[in-house]
Design a binder for this molecule. Structure first.
Ligand SMILES: [Fe+2]
Ligand SMILES: [Fe+2]
Length: 286
């Protein structure tokens, strides 16, 4: 294992200069239905999910002992909240366009009901934080793939590539924030892994059923070409299965940390390069 690659010292909140209100093509991912509807499904989960992460991190940060020793962490938490709030807003606009295209976001309702149940049953803020750590790990490994493996977005509309890679770069930048906070608050390995198993199950089921609903409403569910595309996405060259299995299993290690990296070019380097190359489309606001 290579030494951990440090994230940027200060998290910058950036406004993305792309107008999603103008809309985008129904099959924006190179005309391929499965990929388009899979990415669309993920987008549908973000506004509710990312609000949960914001709340979890904010509540947990309040439990940090007072004093200057945690000032840097409080500052990083503020950056995390700013970045996630911006992602929520952009994906809210993205999802409005999906509704105009006739898709129906069920995932947001499943997540809202689950979060309400969670809040009734669980009071220790470290549990919501452990759930957030698990989702942030999923997000970070998908983000890294989005920046590392060009096949994941090859042929997609240029603006949509930018939206997904901007989100990916910022997810990479802040991938350790919830985890470091969890460690600082004495969160246990056992609960970290239990909630991860739960999140693996829930995320897998939700992503699958929302993708299927999208394909059904899109009228492409029963086309052989849809499923050929889906098979390539998961099992083809640079497929999600091959690229995500290792990082997913890494989370079970006791000495796991989100900034550990086994790649020749670390994730943080890829994110920094992408952000520098696309600076003209990004306006720092904080
Ligand atoms: Fe995000
Ligand atoms: Fe995130």
């Amino acid at each position: 294992m290579r030494p951990a690659t440090p994230p940027p010292e200060r998290l910058i909140v950036r406004k993305l200069e792309i107008d999603l209100k103008r809309g985008f093509a129904r099959h924006w991912h190179g005309g391929r239905a499965y990929r388009t509807q899979f990415f669309n499904a993920l987008s549908m989960s973000f506004p509710v999910g990312e609000q949960f992460f914001i709340d979890a991190v904010r509540d947990a940060a309040r439990a940090l002992p007072a004093g200057p020793q945690h000032d840097a962490m409080r500052e990083t938490v503020a950056g995390f909240i700013g970045q996630e709030a911006t992602h929520r807003r952009i994906h809210g606009l993205y999802n409005e366009e999906l509704e105009r295209q006739g898709l129906v976001n069920r995932w947001q309702h499943w997540a809202t009901a689950r979060i309400a149940r969670f809040r009734r049953l669980v009071s220790d803020p470290r549990h919501a934080l452990a759930v957030t750590c698990a989702y942030e790990h999923f997000t970070a490994l998908l983000a890294d793939g989005t920046l590392r493996h060009t096949r994941w977005l090859d042929g997609a509309d240029a603006d949509m590539q930018t939206v997904w890679r901007w989100h990916a770069a910022e997810e990479t930048e802040h991938c350790a924030v919830a985890y470091d906070l969890y460690q600082a608050l004495g969160g246990s390995y056992r609960w970290r892994v239990r909630w991860y198993l739960y999140v693996c199950l829930v995320f897998g089921i939700d992503a699958t059923r929302q993708t299927l609903i999208n394909l059904w409403r899109d009228g492409t569910l029963l086309r052989p070409s849809t499923w050929a595309d889906g098979l390539r996405l998961f099992w083809g060259r640079d497929g999600l299965v091959w690229r995500c299995a290792g990082p997913m299993l890494a989370y079970f290690r006791r000495d796991f940390h989100p900034s550990q990296d086994t790649h020749a070019v670390p994730a943080q380097t890829l994110a920094a390069r992408w952000l520098a190359a696309h600076a003209a489309l990004l306006r720092p606001v904080r």
